[in-house]
Write a new protein. Structure first.
Length: 287
């Protein structure tokens, strides 16, 4: 199973993720912070981030990856300035950051606390800019609006789970033998890519497509409400629409699989995209 580098740990805390402009949220007043935080260098190979009641536990994550968690930015929206040290994407850090035990695990609040921690302890300085970039628009492929065989509207079994996560309360048990969320499989060393989503709005799928294609993806389908979908493709085959297809038997590209299995397609466009320019950062004092 592949672990994505973007900001999906926080994204999975809720069934509703803004895909078109993930970094446009307004900083709250008063400024949200953790009560206390311990930071140490880590040189192990294991990496994780867990949000638990009363605390966030980070193991061997780089500053670069933590910024993506905090700002919910795609990798192509992160722009290092000329004075940014190279260690931000190589040095790993362990962080134990605490809030009162009864604090709701609300996604956006935890993101703001993480931003404050990076600014205070790593002396992180960033700014936002709009830059014209190539993007994709996700649209329904057929003129009659019919979708493919591998996508369908969700039932009610995941609705209560999503509402609990959104509110920061304990969710009910998962459906027997099932799951609520998104599962992404497939790497360069495995025979195929697979993506399954259950009980989530398409905005979550759209954000994943941004990671897979390396471009911001805008949802133009007009579809609302939670969906279940299953998608299978061969990685590294026909990286863009119109590119030469793989030879027979080699599997189908992501773009072709989306059209055949989901009845959706990606159309190439250009548009202003918000980017986060990283001006400076410093190694934190360990404690």
């Amino acid at each position: 199973m592949k672990t994505l580098p973007i900001a999906f740990c926080f994204a999975m805390l809720t069934a509703y993720v803004a895909a078109q402009s993930p970094a446009t949220s307004v900083t709250p007043t008063p400024r949200l912070t953790f009560e206390v935080a311990s930071i140490k260098r880590n040189v192990s190979g294991f990496s994780s981030i867990r949000v638990q009641p009363g605390q966030m536990v980070v193991t061997n994550r780089t500053l670069y990856s933590l910024m993506r968690e905090a700002y919910l930015m795609h990798f192509f929206q992160m722009v290092p300035g000329p004075k940014v040290p190279s260690w931000i994407d190589s040095d790993g850090w362990d962080i134990l950051a605490k809030v009162p035990a009864d604090t709701p695990l609300v996604q956006e609040a935890m993101q703001f606390r993480l931003r404050s921690l990076l600014e205070d302890r790593f002396k992180l300085v960033t700014r936002r800019e709009m830059r014209e970039m190539p993007i994709y628009e996700l649209v329904v492929a057929r003129v009659d609006g019919q979708l493919g065989p591998q996508i369908r509207r969700s039932g009610d079994e995941c609705a209560a789970w999503g509402r609990a996560r959104q509110a920061g309360t304990t969710p009910p048990p998962m459906p027997p033998g099932g799951f609520c969320g998104t599962r992404l499989g497939g790497t360069v060393g495995t025979p195929s890519g697979t993506l399954s989503m259950k009980g989530f709005e398409l905005s979550n799928f759209v954000r994943l497509l941004g990671e897979l294609t390396g471009r911001l993806v805008i949802d133009k389908t007009g579809l609302s409400g939670p969906y279940d979908l299953d998608l299978q493709w061969m990685p590294n085959t026909a990286a863009t629409p119109g590119a030469p297809q793989a030879t027979p038997g080699d599997g189908v590209s992501l773009f072709a699989a989306m059209q055949e299995q989901l009845g959706l397609k990606l159309e190439a466009k250009r548009a202003p995209v918000e980017v986060l320019v990283i001006d400076s950062a410093e190694r934190p004092t360990e404690d």
